[in-house]
Design a protein. Structure first.
Length: 45
């Protein structure tokens, strides 16, 4: 049952991922990852 719910959640995410809102969220997340990586790199030096 749990795996069925997981598949449903993934399907819903895929469905919603086509919306401009989801694309904006993804871009923001990518930017956050890039910023996080840059900060970590600066701290290591």
């Amino acid at each position: 049952m749990k795996s069925h719910l997981k598949h449903l959640a993934i399907w819903l995410l895929d469905l919603v991922a086509g919306t401009p809102f989801a694309q904006a969220v993804k871009r923001n997340r990518d930017a956050a990852h890039a910023l996080d990586a840059a900060v970590k790199e600066m701290l290591e030096q």
